[in-house]
Design a protein around this ligand. Sequence first.
Ligand code: ACO
Length: 403
Amino acid sequence: VIDIRKLYAETGHFTYDPGFTSTGSCESQITYIDGDEGVLLHRGYAIDDLAEHSTFPEVCFLLLNNHLPTEAERTEFENILRRHSMVHEQLTKFYSGFRRDAHPMAIMCGVVGALSAFYHDSLDINDAVARKIAAHRLIAKMPTIAAMAYKYSMGQPFMYPRNDLSYAENFLYMTFGTPCEPFKVNPVLSKAMDKIFILHADHEQNASTSTVRLAGSSGANPFACIAAGIASLWGPAHGGANEAVLKMLEEIGSVDRIPEFVRRAKDKNDNFRLMGFGHRVYKNYDPRAQVMRQTCHEVLSELGIKDEPLLDIAMELEKIALSDEYFIEKKLYPNVDFYSGIILKAMGFPTSMFTVLFALARTVGWISQWKEMIEDPVQKIGRPRQLYTGQTKRPFVPLAERG
Ligand code: ACO
């Protein structure tokens, strides 16, 4: 390992690494990925084991505390999340400032950033208790804030959280429930929702997590940092990919048009990419995609959806792409976003909410990484260098002489 700081101090040299493809920015004990083998571990536990055997609040506890909770710890943690699930009543007024057709991610960027204006007692980043409370508040309030973004777009009243429901059930209730009729939670759907949250909980130093860390490295408060992460996640090359996958499947429209789109994806003169394929780190099957595909079948079967043309297109696309030389050579496999859109659509979420759900689930990863950074004595303000390629010094030209 090269000691870059020493190298720079001694020689004035620095590494030029656009996209940070080979630059480590921190030490971390939270998430391990072996992209060649398709392995993803959180605090040492395999993602498929967590998805199969635990719940999202358990995974949140694990990411924050480095061990799976005992039964007593789990109960206490779930109660903490319930206690913090409401948002300040004044915050509900924030929504009415947005257009009804605003993208819910735009609302999320604004509202989550605005939490800094409400929870003054969690802003002191040097206070360990305040940091912990900020983490709990963010994890607990994200479902409420996300569901409110949806309700606002639908012109329906906001639903207050219900403390008798689980985390995933509560989110489905606040999203799809109305005050007019009792809401019945479908256990298969709430289990699927919980799994989707687990699969998105953390993924080490991706663009949004690095954004959170970079924002936090200047000492910015945790709510502002998470809002920065949400903005970064929004892009179609990152969390926006699940929305883009569904749009792409709709555009493909039928199985017989797949070869045309695969051809376009391989054409260097065409900007088109197969959304939901490829990953900076995984050069093998994304282990989350395997669980997601299984969950997709479970949800469609529970909902009695036998004929879902988008699923047919997705499965055929996967088959064709995985046997295509271009995709084999470049090691492009389906990623976590490939199947999630189909599940979410079947559950009744509009495409504009897909990335919101990703943000909701990733909040625990962001805040765990933020805490780890603040608690790491080695960390300093993130300040990349640049390779300047602009003009050399030149004389100022008065306005009258320019032309
Ligand atoms: N379709 C077609 N070709 C692709 C695709 C794709 N989806 N992804 C990568 N390639 C090609 C590139 O054109 C490039 O080819 P070249 O070497 O001939 O120039 C090569 O594979 C490497 O691609 P890069 O863009 O350099 O790889 P990078 O690691 O920077 O990008 C990324 C990874 C952004 C995920 C990319 O694969 C992509 O755009 N995928 C589609 C969007 C997507 O699904 N994003 C979700 C990522 S997962 C997540 O955020 C949860």
